[in-house]
Design a protein around this ligand. Structure first.
Ligand SMILES: *Cc1c(COP(=O)(O)O)cnc(C)c1O
Length: 350
């Protein structure tokens, strides 16, 4: 879901951007007018994330998965190693891709806690001080598991896939070497990727790296080495403005998101086991709430009746089954309330 005021504005100015008589997707990315819009988006992102001066913002192609390759190509080497923290599906995909380019040390954290809930064993976080970097996924979108504190990696750069949690809460960027995110969950159109990178990590990549995947070239060319996704950049800029001006920044965003998630988790936990979320409360995702019906034979009815009530996109990811409610930034509290009311009614009927 994207913020409605943003989409309404994009619609309004689609045919005629800023009185120029053309659409933003018809403008040259080299034009003065486009450059102004592009710079403003970067400034607003720097502002809302409170980026320290020694961090750069890059906009790249290829979404989240593009970065699964770009990170090792730019930061690691074939004969070196990188540490990959494995907590679910997405960190697993990242790890698999990285193996093409570097030695990978997989660190398995998934476990069950003493209540039988899916949890993470932070005690198993044994890091290699000689690794090129440590990679982890801040929010496992499919498994509904979120890590709220940055991992302590000492002097080894910490690289985070923040695709499904970026801009949902403040983070202390100075703890990270790189934070990257495919845009389509909390920012804007798919295919676009936001990369926040500490300057000392911008260096010559492995020689086989495509130029469009090089952090150095992307940075030197102001994310316009080749034609960027101009529309995605523009729309993302509108979302940054929405967070800044209408929400009031990331602290306010976090309050909204925490309240939304609490409403749904509390409802599930008090449903007498009709609905179950089996994630350790310390790691329950605020963005993606996974849950199962105790009686899984009701799944199809649940989805059908939900759709009739105007509630869509609740089917869990194919790798996990069950249900998933994604509560991204733009989802209002009323949306979550409508869901819990529907779930309550469904429970009574069945
Ligand atoms: C959605 C997602 C991705 C993949 O993004 P694409 O843009 O489809 O490549 C990667 N990581 C996480 C955590 C995601 O949620």
């Amino acid at each position: 879901m994207l913020p409605e005021p943003v989409m309404a504005r994009a619609q309004k100015e689609f045919l005629n951007y800023n009185g120029l008589g053309m659409s933003v997707i018809e403008m040259s990315h080299r034009s003065r007018e486009y450059q102004a819009l592009a710079d403003e988006a970067v400034r607003d992102l720097r502002d809302i994330m409170k980026l320290p001066d020694n961090y750069q913002v890059l906009f790249m192609h290829g979404g989240g998965r593009g970065m699964f390759a770009n990170v090792p190509m730019n930061l690691a080497s074939k004969d070196g190693t990188a540490d990959y923290v494995h907590t679910g599906a997405w960190s697993g995909y990242a790890l698999k891709e990285a193996k093409k380019y570097t030695g990978v040390n997989a660190i398995e954290l998934e476990c069950l806690n003493d209540r039988g809930q899916h949890s993470l064993n932070m005690g198993a976080l044994k890091l290699d001080p000689n690794a090129a970097y440590v990679h982890y996924c801040m929010n496992e979108t499919i498994h509904g598991i979120e890590i709220f504190e940055p991992l302590d990696t000492g002097s080894v750069p910490l690289v985070a896939d923040a695709s499904s949690t970026i801009l949902s809460r403040p983070v202390d960027v100075s703890k990270f070497g790189i934070i990257y995110a495919g845009a389509q969950k909390n920012i804007g159109p798919s295919g676009f990727c936001v990369v926040i990178i500490r300057e000392d990590l911008i260096r010559d990549p492995a020689p086989f790296t495509p130029d469009v995947g090089s952090f150095k070239i992307t940075c030197d060319k102001g994310s316009m080495f080749n034609t960027p996704n101009t529309f995605a950049w523009y729309l993302s800029g509108l979302v940054f403005k929405w967070i800044k001006d209408e929400i009031g920044g990331l602290e306010a965003m976090e309050k909204r998101n925490a309240a939304k998630a609490a409403l749904l988790y509390d409802f599930i936990d008090s449903s007498d086991g009709f609905y179950v979320n089996n994630v350790d409360p310390a790691y329950r995702s605020r963005m993606n709430v996974v849950f199962n019906l105790r009686d899984e034979s009701l799944n199809d009815d649940f989805l059908k009746e939900a759709k009739e009530a105007g509630l869509v996109g609740l089917k869990g990811h194919r790798v996990l089954g069950g249900m998933r409610a994604s509560l991204y930034n733009a989802m209002p509290q009323e949306g979550v309330k409508a869901l819990t009311e529907f779930m309550d009614g469904f429970k009574s009927r069945h």
